[in-house]
Design a protein around this ligand. Structure first.
Ligand SMILES: [Zn+2]
Ligand SMILES: [Zn+2]
Length: 175
């Protein structure tokens, strides 16, 4: 076990044959380190995307492969587990986790015209909208289920909001 083979000696020699970071640059122009590999024009892998040239290269490559990127993103977003995750994130971000509850309370129907979830999916190829009655409040009684048509019909929406507002005022004054 003590004897060294010729191969081992070769291995020991190799580290001294250190590769230069770059032919023209000793260190990265931006971060001054040589930890990350050199990419181009004296910038390391981390810094190159931040330079003007790096950004342009990235933009050009995106332009060139746009169709491929888009197709891949679409494929990814279409996966059921990803779809669910996105939906969950949206749910927490905009509705404080009350979106499903609001849908359940409204029987999975548009509160204005009564369009059901399945019918809505068939007709508009998307889920029902859950809208806020007043801004900045994710409470269950501030959420309302709507189909896209009622959601975007400003008059209906405004009127409904007014009615809800009146009803709230009445109940609060009564109670
Ligand atoms: Zn750098
Ligand atoms: Zn509707």
């Amino acid at each position: 076990m003590k004897e060294k083979t010729a191969q081992d000696e070769n291995k020991e020699v190799l580290p001294s044959k250190k590769k230069k970071w770059s032919l023209q640059h000793k260190k990265c122009k931006m971060c001054g380190a040589t930890d990350a590999p050199h990419v181009s024009h004296g910038y390391c892998k981390n810094c190159y995307p931040k330079t003007k040239r790096g950004k342009k290269v990235r933009r050009d490559s995106i332009k060139k492969h746009w169709k491929k990127i888009k197709a891949r993103a679409k494929e990814y977003n279409e996966r059921p587990e990803v779809k669910e995750k996105i939906e969950q994130k949206r749910n927490w971000r905009y509705f404080g986790g009350n979106r499903e509850k609001a849908l359940e309370r409204d029987n999975y129907q548009c509160s204005i015209c009564g369009l059901t979830r399945e019918e809505n999916r068939k007709r508009h190829n998307r889920d029902l909208y859950v809208s806020h009655i007043k801004k900045g409040n994710n409470n269950l009684d501030n959420l309302i289920t709507m189909c896209p048509i009622c959601h975007f019909d400003g008059m209906v929406k405004k009127q409904f909001h007014r009615e809800i507002g009146n009803r709230d005022q009445k109940t609060s004054s009564e109670g």
